[in-house]
Design a protein around this ligand. Structure first.
Ligand code: ADP
Ligand code: MG
Length: 702
């Protein structure tokens, strides 16, 4: 059975026509019946619950009232012009106010007729009123709605002007839903439907738009969310299966002198259990002949560098070269230096290649890479230039993944010969599990979920600007103990000038409070030349300055173990993951470390939650979960470009559990039937094929 009905052009739907169709296409991307069906409501009004006017106490929620309009007046001039109607029920009166569409309303709103009124009360001059409520005559509303739950749709100004406000959309949805019976193909196999007690597809789509009652509605929503997430997981995991079948990797089955010598003679500390586990996971992977594509998540300071080094040494033991790519020059340099130090006098060749490498040095590096004398190359984007050719690149480490695109990853891939190099992507920005499962669904993941022993938990406090003097006092005490302090200012592009002024003002008051020669203060910001930045950074790294005043340029990666205080100015202007990254700059040594979040007195609800979360926990994963809830998946760093997140009904911030169920089932199915050849999986096979051919538009599953 085909789904001709769903492919029907939207202009042919009753109540639409050419003009509205044009708008629906432009404004909502709705071209067909199927597209409209996939324009899901974002909320429902409970028509069964009617408030009494006397009971309204808050302005928190949308409410429904039932009463008669006893008075209508137009008052005010020009922009203040408004229509005010008095609504009365048995318990009291409330004013309804409209600023727009007054002419039309004057003609259509009737006195002494019973209305159902829906809207959100607001407090104006100590009186409650409702601005721009929805009105429905009781008679009509009763006839039109046998149901008590009414779907609410997102719409646009232009659509509203053509009568396609939420109610208008609801109306055409009803026209569409009326034609569906017996027309929709099921997309999930019966054994899954039975197992999860799922509503069938037709009933789900009908009920999500025109719910029979709340119980069925919840089942409908679950069914549709499950379907969306399930097929997403199934396709991601299938891709992974196909990749493992078609792309082979170098077999690194030897653990030889490089690894062993390092492990026995150079390793400066005992690895944590988590580090050992992750190395084991990677070793199994790269020894198996499949191509490794692995994401390594580990909170700041969890010790990812040593893991990367040990892996690179295994590559060397198997006769291959390795490279490590970092997003900034400062970071690449630091990696290079710490790797060199870790290697000590071991016989390993390692070089640094960045944008500012001199031509002569560059030439030698290029040569030695090609003839194989150079074993490990550390660098920035400079690594992926075409000129850089390896003799036999076997292992690639990418640090701070979210700054590199997929394209860059694949460019590195192509530098391998015969097989692509194994890839280890390291990120210190923990990603909520749900996002990792989708965004990185095709990667394997390893997690270092344990910090090296002896670390003291960073103490975090939140203070208002008014306590700055006290904070200065605290800084002084810490500096007296020999510690160093970061003071960080926000840098947000739109108001760069103002930020710069804030930074400079801050710098000035700090140098006044901490004058030379007793104290030295470094400053680093975006408008400085790279060489000057580097110079100032180095002064701080070497301990020549006690205070580092900076914009967020120090956000990622730098390691100054003696710095134990992080003061974040205007902390309310930072996102949670940024705050967490910044805090990660301290707590790297044995001393007790502190993070002070400075804010103004006025905080938004979100801002308050962010500060509270930071004070409450040091756990990056927990923080990332809160971040996801506050901002939604689209705003989490690095995920924006991913088409995978164009979900229609599921929400990664809220539907983690459904996602987990969906993924587990997808894994189970593919384990038994990787090719989806079994009779019972026929529907899965055909649906997936359609999804791939229609370029991931989950709403068009049909
Ligand atoms: P990140 O995961 O943030 O990149 P690093 O690899 O820079 O963390 O490690 C942070 C610090 O912890 C470094 O100074 C490193 O030498 C140290 N470190 C790493 N692993 C251990 C361990 N198992 N025991 C003690 N210190 C460790
Ligand atoms: Mg690191």
């Amino acid at each position: 059975m085909t789904n001709q009905l769903l492919d029907t052009k939207i202009e042919f739907l009753k109540g639409v026509g050419p003009q509205r169709a044009e708008l629906l296409k432009k404004e909502l991307g709705v071209f067909t019946f199927g597209d409209l069906l996939a324009h899901f409501p974002f909320r429902y009004i409970d028509k069964s619950k009617v408030y009494q006017i006397a009971d309204i106490t808050s302005t928190e929620a949308h409410i429904q009232l039932r009463g008669k309009i006893t008075d209508i007046q137009v008052v005010g001039e020009r922009r203040g012009k408004r229509m005010v109607a008095t609504l009365k029920d048995d318990t009291g009166e409330i004013e309804l106010v409209w600023f727009k569409g007054i002419k039309w309303l004057q003609n259509s709103v009737k006195k002494n007729v019973e209305y159902i009124v829906y809207g959100k009360p607001t407090l104006y001059r100590n009186k409650l009123n409702i601005t721009h409520p929805e009105l429905d005559e009781v008679e009509q509303s009763l006839i039109a709605n046998q149901v008590t739950l009414e779907a609410v749709y997102s719409t646009t100004e232009k659509l509203t002007a053509k009568g396609l406000h939420s109610k208008g959309i609801h109306k055409i949805q009803k026209n569409l839903v009326g034609q569906l019976t017996g027309q929709l193909q099921e997309t999930l196999p019966p054994y899954l439907m039975d197992r999860l007690q799922l509503l069938d597809r037709e009933a789900a789509l009908i009920n999500v738009h025109v719910p029979q009652d709340n119980e069925v509605l919840q089942k409908a929503i679950f069914r549709l969310k499950f379907e969306e997430l399930f097929y997403l997981q199934l396709s991601l995991l299938r891709q992974k299966v196909i990749k493992t079948e078609t792309i082979k990797g170098h077999v690194f089955d030897k653990v030889g002198d490089y690894f062993n010598t390092f492990y026995q003679e150079q390793l400066p500390f005992e690895l944590t259990e988590a580090q050992k586990r992750v190395i084991k996971e990677i070793r199994v992977d790269i020894g198996s002949g499949k191509h490794m594509n692995r994401l390594l998540q580990g909170d700041v300071g969890s010790g990812k560098t040593i893991v990367a080094l040990l892996c690179m040494l295994i590559a060397l033991d198997n006769g291959f070269q390795a490279c490590l790519m970092a997003p900034t020059e400062i970071l690449a340099t630091q990696h290079y230096e710490s790797l060199k130090e870790l290697l000590g006098d071991m016989n390993v060749t390692i070089e640094l290649l960045t944008g500012s490498s001199k031509t002569a040095a560059r030439k030698i590096i290029h040569e030695n890479l090609e003839n194989g004398q150079l074993q490990i190359l550390v660098g920035t984007h400079a690594l992926i230039e075409d000129k850089v050719k390896f003799k036999n690149l076997g292992f690639v480490v990418i640090d701070e993944q979210h700054r590199f695109g997929v394209q860059q990853r694949s460019k590195l891939w192509r530098k391998g010969k015969q097989h692509p190099p194994h890839v280890l992507v390291m990120t210190a920005t923990p990603i909520p599990r749900t996002l990792a499962m989708t965004f990185y669904g095709d990667l394997d993941t390893s997690v270092i979920d344990e910090l090296p022993p002896g670390r003291k938990e960073i103490k975090t406090i939140h203070r208002f600007d008014s306590s700055r003097l006290k904070i200065f006092g605290f800084m002084e005490e810490e500096i007296k103990k020999g510690r160093q302090v970061y003071v960080v200012y926000p840098l947000i592009q739109e108001s760069e000038k103002m930020d710069y002024k804030d930074l400079m003002d801050g710098y000035e008051s700090i140098t006044r409070r901490f004058p030379s020669p007793k104290y030295n203060v470094s400053i680093v910001h975006g408008q400085m030349k790279a060489a000057d930045k580097e110079f100032e950074m180095q002064r701080f790294v070497k301990g020549e300055t006690q205070i580092m005043v900076a914009t967020t340029v120090i956000e990622v990666g730098v390691n100054v173990p003696n710095a134990s205080v992080m003061i974040i100015e205007s902390a309310e202007r930072f996102g949670l993951s940024q705050l967490h990254q910044l805090r990660g700059r301290v707590g790297r040594g044995a001393e007790q470390s502190y993070c002070v979040l400075m804010t103004g007195n006025k905080l938004s609800a979100d801002g308050k939650t962010r500060m509270e979360t930071m004070v409450k926990t040091n756990d990056g994963f927990e923080i990332s979960e809160v971040d996801l809830k506050l901002r939604g998946p689209g705003d989490i760093q690095g995920t924006q470009q991913s088409g995978l997140l164009n979900l229609n009904i599921a929400d990664l911030a809220k539907d983690g559990q459904i996602l987990q169920v969906a993924r587990n089932i997808a894994v189970e199915i593919l384990k038994e039937d990787a090719q989806l050849e079994l009779e019972k999986n026929y529907r899965l096979h055909t649906t997936l094929q359609k999804l791939f051919s229609s370029k991931v538009n989950w709403g068009r599953i049909s």
